[in-house]
Design a protein around this ligand. Structure first.
Ligand SMILES: [Zn+2]
Ligand SMILES: [Zn+2]
Length: 291
């Protein structure tokens, strides 16, 4: 397709055309096709069709639908594509629909897999807690819809339960009231003796502690079963034994955690910064860096 209108210079102004991309003038290349694509005035409004196309390609960086404007006057270029045939037009629409729906489909598949993993985990946990045979019986008798909602709720509730930091709450109460209970402070030292109140470390602030919550929550039924068998072997009901095992495990672990945290708190509270030993050279011995 040739463009006779822009190729032949008609006025005096047009004879001084100069391409703002390659700086060539009308005299340099008589064959090139020209275009004035924007509101710019004077000789700089002209540009070679080919030079401008190359410049637009660079600006679009492979995205052929991106809008491009003149860098001087900010006019958006009017880019016209040749008419599409019907078949190509339909393919173009199909391509766009697929491009837009794929993220949703992938997200749906991901959520679906997480859901089915949760259902499987719930079913395994039911069999673990109730015993294989009884668990199977209960699930076979239950309403399928109830199972589809109830089973994935099991891991969710375990994780939510694990996120309740009841040990921290007990510890805070303890620190508040330990001065009123002298015989208890025998274990945990006197609160009033602390040189300072250390800065609290924020729980759940990093992704590693999130994975810890996840692992701790999901492994709890297994641990509860084991502890139940070890400590409450005489209880005949599987469910009661596992429940007792779980409660015992959580209580023991909580007490140990409270003790450990309180010890760390005390260490932080009673830390001291030492003087730098000025007489180090005279004495001829290195100071101990600890304490
Ligand atoms: Zn040019
Ligand atoms: Zn312009």
């Amino acid at each position: 397709m040739s463009d006779n209108h822009t190729r032949s210079p008609s006025s005096k102004d047009d004879s001084r055309r100069s391409c703002w991309v390659c700086f060539a003038t009308e005299e340099d290349d008589r064959e090139a096709s020209w275009v004035r694509p924007c509101r710019c005035r004077g000789t700089t409004k002209w540009v070679h069709q080919n030079c401008l196309q190359r410049w637009i390609d660079e600006k679009q960086k492979g995205n052929s639908t991106a809008k491009v404007a003149c860098p001087q006057c900010n006019t958006e270029y009017i880019i016209i594509f040749p008419k599409l045939s019907k078949a190509v037009y339909l393919m173009d629409i199909a391509d766009r629909i697929i491009y837009k729906t794929c993220p949703f489909v992938a997200g749906g598949i991901f959520i679906g897999s997480v859901y089915w993993t949760a259902v499987t985990y719930g079913a395994v946990t039911v069999m673990q807690v109730l015993g294989h045979k009884e668990g199977m019986n209960v699930m076979e008798k239950a309403d399928p819809l109830f199972l589809l909602i109830g089973l994935p709720t099991i891991p969710v509730m375990l994780i939510l339960g694990k996120m309740v930091r009841w040990e921290d709450y007990v510890l805070r109460l303890w620190r508040k009231h330990s001065s009123k209970l002298p015989f208890l402070s025998f274990f945990f030292d006197e609160y009033s003796r602390y040189a300072r109140i250390p800065a609290e470390t924020a729980p759940l602030s990093d992704p590693i502690s999130a994975t810890r919550v996840l692992c701790g929550a999901l492994i709890l039924p297994t641990i509860a079963t084991i502890v139940g068998k070890l400590m409450f072997g005489s209880v005949h009901s599987n469910f009661q034994r596992t429940l007792l095992g779980g409660i015992a495990f959580i209580t023991i672990k909580g007490v140990l955690k409270i003790f450990y945290k309180q010890q760390q708190y005390k260490r932080q509270a009673n830390r001291v910064v030492n003087d730098y030993p000025l007489t180090q050279d005279l004495l001829g011995s290195a100071p101990s860096p600890t304490q």
